[in-house]
Design a protein around this ligand. Structure first.
Ligand code: SF4
Length: 220
């Protein structure tokens, strides 16, 4: 599925909004982010498993739904996941509208996020809005076992981001959204301490391999 814009680079593959991998549909709705992770795949490549995730322009809400419908023409999907080369909650209204569209059709939805949603959208109750829209699950990037290592690896634009990530995850669980905390397998990260944080919170836990442009793994 593609949403190529006129400003797209000549000769490059069309940029991808909705794409299918391993029985799921993924939505890449922004390339902006509130962090600058040292391990971010977007720093090293425009593509992932053959899809060009470098957006020529951010898709409007109706363009997201159009690409989603086109992706469903290839068959049903286990789940629709907001992911890609950016932080989806920078486009909270588009996420909410899409989650509502999915809920009506009884299609499970998952938000892959850095957990900065409340910092990005002050004055709103982000988790309550996601829950009301019908979000089923959130994969939240914990990154590290403490704020010092978090800031070193994630380089967020916000101060006190680590505490906000933990609160975002706790609030999701309280709101009935299934949460997985994830970390990348890096030497700086105390994996077992991170696992304990997830267990104490009641979240699932996932250790992700470091992705490189040659990786075949899905970002989540
Ligand atoms: S939060 Fe995700 S998209 Fe943003 S810089 Fe980190 S890895 Fe990249």
């Amino acid at each position: 599925m593609s949403s190529a814009g006129p400003e797209e680079r000549k000769g490059a593959a069309p940029s991808t909004v909705a794409y299918r991998l391993d029985g799921k549909i993924y939505l890449n709705i922004t390339n902006r982010c509130s962090a600058d992770c040292v391990f971010c795949l977007a720093k090293f490549t425009d593509t992932f498993r053959g899809y060009n995730l470098r957006l020529a322009k951010e898709p409007a809400a109706d363009e997201i739904l159009k690409d989603l419908e086109l992706a469903f023409l290839d068959g049903p999907a286990d789940e629709v996941v907001f992911v890609g080369f950016g932080e989806p909650t920078l486009r909270l209204d588009e996420v909410l509208g899409t989650v509502e569209w999915l809920k009506v059709r009884r299609i499970p939805s998952r938000l892959n996020t850095n957990g900065h949603g409340q910092l990005i959208n002050p004055g709103r109750d982000v988790v309550a809005e996601l829950a009301a829209a019908g979000l089923d699950a959130a994969s939240i990037s914990l990154v590290a076992h403490n704020s010092e290592v978090y800031n070193q690896l994630c380089r967020p634009i916000f101060s006190k981001a680590y505490r906000a990530v933990l609160k975002f995850a706790e609030d999701c669980i309280s709101a009935g959204i299934r949460v997985t905390l994830s970390v990348v397998d890096l030497p700086e990260v105390d994996i077992e301490a991170c696992r304990s944080i997830a267990e104490r919170m009641g979240a699932d836990f996932r250790v992700r391999p470091l992705l490189t442009p040659a990786s075949g793994e899905v970002r989540s």
